[in-house]
Write a protein that binds this ligand. Structure first.
Ligand code: PGA
Length: 250
């Protein structure tokens, strides 16, 4: 058994208005008040001020779903780390496969964003994962190791202890097709081993690694019980309060 604290994080993606978000978090905070796991809601930018206020003093931490690596400047439509930190944001999800596929996120931008997030006192949730083709070609381990190595470049051991990594096989996201407990744990162990090679066992034992991809109220407990899985990054099921409550308590 590790002493890593389980972290159940909702990734709302582009869902809920600011007022719906506040209503949701006000209800959620009662339900997860006595939960041992760390509970995080990853909400759209416009929901952040209301959600931070609603979550204040509760067991819920707040994540943004993206950030720009520069502090300010001519980057129309972007939001910087100091802006998020000023709002009281705790975590920032970076490198999600949807951002890689539709918005040009790369391992290099993930790395730059990770540095910016730490510089402003927040913590990155770094996503990685293979496509179905890569899994079938047998290159899952190589692909994920490469993603993680570049994402962590230049980070200190102390920072890597804080980092949260979300292993999300792309073929399992939003498809209802969850990786088996063993498949998910195997890649989370490969990620932990990669961190061990780079930073040593002390660090790799501290870093929390989540599984994501069709986590739901039924499968969360057994996934989170696996040796190298420290919780989940949850999309669809995090939008439903009863389901997410069960996942947060798993
Ligand atoms: P899902 O999404 O739980 O809806 O599969 C997970 C994610 O994309 O983080």
């Amino acid at each position: 058994m590790s002493n890593r604290r389980t972290i159940a994080a909702g990734n709302w993606k582009m869902n809920k208005t600011a007022s719906e978000a506040v209503e949701f978090v006000n209800a959620l905070k009662e339900k997860v008040a006595d939960t041992a796991s760390e509970v995080v809601v990853g909400v759209p930018f416009v929901c952040l001020p209301g959600v931070v206020a609603a979550a204040k003093g509760s067991n819920i931490k707040v994540a943004a779903q993206n950030v720009h690596w520069e502090e300010s400047g001519a980057f129309t439509g972007e939001v910087s780390a100091p802006m998020l930190a000023d709002l009281g944001v705790d975590y920032v999800i970076i490198g999600h496969s949807e951002r890689r596929e539709y918005f040009g996120e790369t391992n290099e931008t993930v790395n730059k964003k990770a540095h910016a997030i730490f510089k402003h006192g927040m913590t990155p949730i770094i996503c990685c994962g293979e496509t179905l083709t890569q899994r079938e070609q047998g290159v899952t381990a190589d692909h994920v190791r490469y993603q993680i190595k570049v994402a962590l470049l230049g980070l200190s051991a102390e920072q890597v202890k804080q980092v949260v990594i979300a292993y999300e096989p792309i073929w399992a996201i939003g498809t209802g097709k969850t990786a088996t407990n063993e498949q998910a744990n195997e890649v989370c162990a490969i990620i932990r081993n990669t961190i061990k090679e780079l930073y040593g066992e002390d660090v790799s034992n501290a870093t929390r690694i989540q599984y994501g991809g069709s986590v739901n109220a039924k499968n969360a407990a057994e996934l989170f019980a696996m040796s190298d899985i420290d919780g989940g990054l949850v999309g669809g099921a995090s939008l439903k309060i009863d389901d997410f409550t069960i996942i947060a308590k798993a």
